[in-house]
Design a binder for this molecule. Structure first.
Ligand code: NAD
Ligand code: DAU
Length: 340
């Protein structure tokens, strides 16, 4: 049995949290270290079930704090790093870009440098399709790994910058890296400020659902567990230095997504409220996942099965999202929207 030490950054967040649980259960022979600053988006209550399994460890730290990160890496010789930690919400980046540059760009560089010092086996950088900018509504066009980076929001610009720093550490120092660029995720433990969990929680409370602009912007949705499986595969089988786009061909307009949730919950479409558009709102994202498929990955959920599973999860786990909504999140929501 090969024992490995894997550092997962951002493992208290949505995707990192699902990934930590997936890895702790799938690989009892690996020690999984979750490093997270526990910002507004980080929550450890989701990990109660795995806390005592013996192969899960938590470290509270800021990835942009080089002193703390360097001393941690002197103590712990990690074999692999899977880097999720980031400021991830586009709307927040429009109102407060600075923390996005600090965490997403500087934080990534601090980790790369520490990884280089200890001779890591692989650094997987979890990035996003948003680094490619936007597509028009022609359904035959997709983002490939060769699409030029043209990020439009402060969030996506910070992620694109982090991708370039990761690439530079590969080209300059030969650091063994992969970059993954995934489309929009959804599923359990999705923080209720993003479209799908926001819609589910508000519809369940008979509250208005804010749809930006005309609701015709398109996103390509992937269930979070399919994303976790893709990262697992890239970690173990990905060609060093390669970028992998991850997506399952589930393009939907925002209005379609919202209407599907309302219909599934048996509520009225009168809950939809069109509100002022997001600044610089990207029209459409769509992934060409051919390279991932060649590596042996394919998604297990369609949008229909995934959204049904997700709605069911939110119905069965009200205490999780209610504790989030009742906290600091609420004041953020009030600042962001002025709904009737
Ligand atoms: P999230 O906001 O739910 O979680 C981010 C986590 O990072 C939180 O636990 C937070 O506490 C932690 N964090 C923030 N700043 C930190 C710091 N300075 N030091 C240590 N930890 C810090 O984000 P998510 O939606 O789970 O996204 C995870 C990653 O996946 C991000 O890098 C994001 O760019 C990428 N991604 C997200 C999606 C999506 O649809 N959500 C799609 C593709 C890629
Ligand atoms: O594409 C991957 C990206 O997906 C990730 O890199 C980001 O971290 C993640 O947050 C997500 O970004 P989006 O901006 O696409 O996700 P969000 O859920 O914020 O919005 C999805 C779409 O829904 C987008 O077109 C804006 C719209 N929207 C969003 C909110 C929060 C609304 O119409 N109303 C809303 O209230």
């Amino acid at each position: 049995m090969i024992k490995k030490k894997i550092l997962v950054t951002g493992g208290a967040g949505f995707i990192g949290g699902n990934f930590v649980q997936y890895m702790v259960k799938k690989y009892p022979q690996y020690d999984i270290y979750n490093l997270d600053l526990l910002t507004y988006a980080g929550d450890l209550t989701k990990h109660h079930e795995i806390e005592n399994l013996g192969n899960y460890f938590f470290i509270k730290a800021d990835i942009a704090d080089s002193v703390t990160i360097n001393s941690l890496f002197e103590k712990e010789k990690f074999d692999y790093i899977v880097h999720f930690a980031a400021e991830s919400h586009v709307d927040r980046s429009i109102t407060d870009p600075e923390i996005f540059v600090k965490t997403n760009v500087l934080g990534t560089q601090v980790l790369l440098n520490a990884a280089k010092q200890i001779g890591i086996h692989k650094f997987v950088h979890v990035s996003t399709d948003e680094v490619y900018g936007e597509l028009d509504f022609d359904p035959t066009t997709f983002f490939t790994e060769e699409t030029p980076l043209q990020p439009n929001s402060p969030y996506s610009a910070s992620k694109a910058s982090s991708d370039l720093i990761v690439r530079a550490y590969y080209e300059t120092y030969g650091l063994p890296i992969n970059i993954t660029r995934c489309s929009n995720n959804y599923g359990p433990y999705h923080f209720p400020e993003k479209l799908i969990p926001l819609t589910i929680s508000r519809v369940l409370n008979d509250q208005k659902v804010p749809v930006y602009g005309n609701g015709k912007n398109i996103r390509d949705w992937l269930h979070v567990i399919d994303h976790c499986a893709a990262i697992d595969l890239v970690l173990h089988e990905g060609t060093i230095g390669e970028v992998y786009n991850v997506g399952g061909h589930n393009e939907r307009t925002n209005l379609e997504v919202v209407k599907t949730i309302i219909e599934t919950l048996g509520k009225s479409e009168d809950l939809i409220e069109f509100v002022e558009d997001r600044l610089g709102h990207d029209k459409r994202y769509a992934i060409d996942p051919t390279r991932m498929e060649k590596l042996g990955w394919k998604p297990t959920y369609t949008f229909e099965t995934g959204i049904a599973q997700t709605i069911e999860w939110y119905l069965n786990n009200k205490e999780w999202w209610e504790q989030i909504i009742s906290g600091a999140y609420q004041s953020y929501f009030e600042r962001q929207y002025t709904l009737k």
